[in-house]
Design a binder for this molecule. Structure first.
Ligand SMILES: Nc1ncnc2c1ncn2[C@@H]1O[C@H](COP(=O)(O)OP(=O)(O)O)[C@@H](O)[C@H]1O
Ligand SMILES: O=COP(=O)(O)O
Ligand SMILES: [Mg+2]
Length: 559
């Protein structure tokens, strides 16, 4: 029962199994592992078995529109996996890797919480196995090669520096790096041009790593990265700079998914870490297919609310990989629904049936959206200690009144013991579903139509406004022959709309597309809406200030 211990204290008190035992549980030969110490290992891609991938069952965990700390998708994914194993099912949880941005910023880590965590949580939340560092280097190698090509006129491809969109990345919420002038210092310093950084989670290399299905596919995708144009308006791709080989070499190990464990010694595969507001928010196809090759059930998650992570999981990740979930778990919390009912963030631990009733509309819309995809949903009420019995009873009854399957989940407080009801509900739902998801739009339809389809059907918008820059970008994209690509909308996670103040279930609003970014390597277009930033900033009091390490090397303050 979790009453006072912190996530870190619970994780540090856990008795971890050697990673060899976890591999054995999965039927993986120990010699197939590439060990990173006793508790982490990388899995080889040859373990993927297409037949098993088709036969075994994928469960997607998503959530209602979250409050800033998040409503418990990662925690519930882990807790549900523990519960499935407790009722005798072979289940593996497949997650994204945490980013240091939130770890040192507001949200903290992404290794779950309470008695539903993956371990070793300090490693997983900090450097893990170095994948983010490798992604950063591959991304920044391309940036250096672009500027180098502009610098050496005789080798130059004639790139017009004013058209180069490729940003450098760093895994840190450092707003001061968002935009800058590089190349200062005269002839030795290069060619001055506008440049800047995105957070690593928003790097196109991250997206490519999450969608690539082989080394060859990785290199092809890297080569297809659109860099900018020449002075006579010819497009330049990464392959024109011959950069993709060295970039792929840097990703030699990062392309392999990571194996760790849950607190109850069940397998966890963690790989890739894009955010779902500014990127596609899904872990890698390779990790998901490895999980399905090695276990009967895979529980996986996609970032933020279902209007972001789940939409992109289905329309982009499933669209490319052929995967399709057999059930969708929508994590709902009393606290977030009260926020959507107008209750102040600071008072959400105070019971209030009125705001809960008013905010329920947010969950209703997410349920409608999962039905729109043609998939069965199970609502998981992620119980917080501050939830009153009346609030929980109302929420369960309101879901049942809609005909939705619903289960109370106490994975944070009790681990797998607290999620057996949810696990059974998911198993029953999976057993009764034999279909596939229905995409929201046809990739081959007009770019504006694709954006309007997601905005109107999934977000509830009344109309979409494409600003002048966005219209020019559409022409440019069509000129490059890339109009057929799926879209990955960059939008705030705080609202169905692009205005974070519109809580609950806003309808008929206008979605504004400022511009498009082109991820020709990953294979999607990024409509940028509202005021979304691709390099977040740190808060006034960053979480980093509470993190420390003692003389024995024991970390404290990591959440
Ligand atoms: N039932 C719960 N009670 C208390 N804290 C929780 C509960 N579920 C999740 N948390 C905490 O809330 C934060 C968000 O959980 P997380 O699983 O990361 O959400 P998401 O993946 O949806 O962003 C984490 O700090 C986690 O420890
Ligand atoms: O991309 C965001 O992911 P979480 O919702 O899991 O924080
Ligand atoms: Mg998460």
């Amino acid at each position: 029962q979790n009453d006072v211990k912190s996530d870190l204290e619970i994780a540090q008190a856990a008795q971890l199994k050697h990673i060899n035992d976890i591999a054995t549980k999965l039927g993986v030969a120990v010699d197939d592992l590439e060990h990173y110490g006793k508790y982490k290992a990388k899995l080889p891609l040859h373990l993927i078995d297409p037949e098993k991938v088709k036969k075994n069952k994928l469960i997607l965990v998503t959530a209602i529109t979250p409050t800033p700390p998040g409503e418990g998708k990662t925690t519930t994914s882990i807790g549900l996996t523990e519960g499935l194993n407790r009722i005798g099912k072979k289940a593996t949880v497949v997650l994204r890797e945490p980013s240091l941005g939130p770890v040192f910023g507001i949200k903290g880590g992404a290794a779950g919480g309470g008695y539903s965590q993956v371990v070793p949580m300090e490693d997983i939340n900090l450097h893990f196995t170095g994948d983010f560092s490798a992604i950063e280097k591959a991304n920044n190698l391309l940036a250096a090669l672009i500027d180098n090509n502009i610098y050496f006129q005789k080798e130059s491809l004639g790139i017009d520096p004013r058209t180069v969109k490729w940003k450098r990345v760093m895994d840190m919420n450092d707003r001061s790096l968002r935009s800058m002038i590089t190349g200062l210092g005269g002839r030795a310093g290069g060619n001055p041009r506008e440049a800047g950084f995105n957070i690593t989670a928003a790097s196109e290399i991250m997206a490519i790593l999450c969608l690539a299905e082989s080394f060859q596919d990785l290199k092809t995708k890297l080569g297809n990265i659109y860099v900018g144009d020449t002075y006579d308006n010819k497009p330049i791709y990464c392959r024109d700079l011959k950069a993709q080989g060295a970039m792929a070499a840097l990703l030699k190990d990062a392309i392999k998914p990571n194996l760790v464990q849950t607190l109850e010694g069940n397998p966890a595969i963690i790989h890739g870490g894009p955010f779902a507001n500014i990127a596609q928010g899904t872990n890698s196809v390779l990790a998901t297919k490895l999980g399905l090759s090695l276990s009967d059930y895979v529980v996986t998650e996609a970032g933020f609310g279902a209007d972001l992570g789940a939409e992109k999981f289905l329309d982009i990740k499933c669209g490319y990989s052929g995967l399709s979930p057999s059930a969708v778990v929508i994590v709902a919390t009393v606290r977030a629904l009260k926020y959507h009912g107008g209750q102040d963030l600071k008072t959400l631990t105070t019971p209030n049936l009125e705001s809960l009733k008013a905010g329920f509309a947010n969950l209703e819309k997410h349920l409608e959206n999962i039905a729109l995809y043609g998939l069965p949903a199970v609502v998981s009420i992620n119980r917080f200690t501050s939830d009153s019995d009346e609030e929980l009873a109302f929420l369960k009854q309101a879901c049942e009144a809609l005909g939705a399957k619903v289960a109370l989940s106490e994975g944070w407080a009790k681990g797998g013991e607290g999620t057996k009801e949810l696990a059974q509900a998911v198993v029953d739902t999976v057993a009764n579903f034999h279909g596939r998801y229905t995409p929201v739009y046809d990739w081959n339809s007009d770019i504006k139509k694709k954006v309007e389809a997601v905005a109107k059907k999934v977000y509830g918008a009344g109309s979409v406004v494409f600003q002048a820059k966005a219209l020019a970008d559409i022409k440019h994209i069509e000129g490059l022959g890339l109009g057929h690509l799926p879209i990955c909308i960059a939008k705030t996670q705080k609202s169905f709309s692009d205005n974070e103040a519109l809580i609950g279930r806003p309808t008929g609003f206008e979605l504004t597309v400022r511009e498009f970014e082109i991820a020709a390597g990953a294979g999607f277009l990024v409509p940028i809406t509202g005021a979304i930033m691709r390099l977040p900033g740190l808060p006034a009091v960053p979480a980093a200030l509470h993190i420390d390490i003692d003389d024995e090397g024991v970390i404290s303050g990591l959440s």
